[in-house]
Design a binder for this molecule. Structure first.
Ligand SMILES: N[C@@H](CCC(=O)N[C@@H](CS)C(=O)NCC(=O)O)C(=O)O
Length: 93
């Protein structure tokens, strides 16, 4: 098992709920999950998000890599709901 990895956009100075990555990061903090941040540029193209596409099959962030290596991406509000209700598809520690 490894630490959870939060793949998020590089706009880490945005702490507003309009920002999807910030919403999930805030929820991880509130749940006390130990995670590391992996930043990706705010690219709009498939090419500039090649690493995200390779990992998750699509280009949007945030993406979570859970402690068992499971890669998880859905609409952010669904990710937050599953995190807070213990329904993530893998462990957080
Ligand atoms: N509706 C999506 C929006 C996700 C989203 O827009 N994420 C931003 C980063 S915070 C992104 O990846 N933007 C890249 C783009 O719009 O091409 C969600 O709630 O997950």
């Amino acid at each position: 098992m490894t630490k959870v990895r939060l793949h998020r956009c590089s706009y880490t100075f945005l702490h507003v709920d309009a920002d999807a990555c910030s919403r999930l990061q805030k929820a991880l903090d509130e749940q006390g999950v130990d995670y590391e941040v992996v930043k990706h540029g705010f690219g709009k193209s498939q090419r500039s998000r090649a690493e995200v596409v390779r990992l998750s099959g699509q280009k949007y962030l945030p993406v979570l890599e859970l402690a068992d290596g499971t890669v998880y991406r859905e609409e952010t509000d669904d990710m937050v709901t599953k995190l807070t209700t213990g329904q993530l598809p893998g462990p957080t520690s």
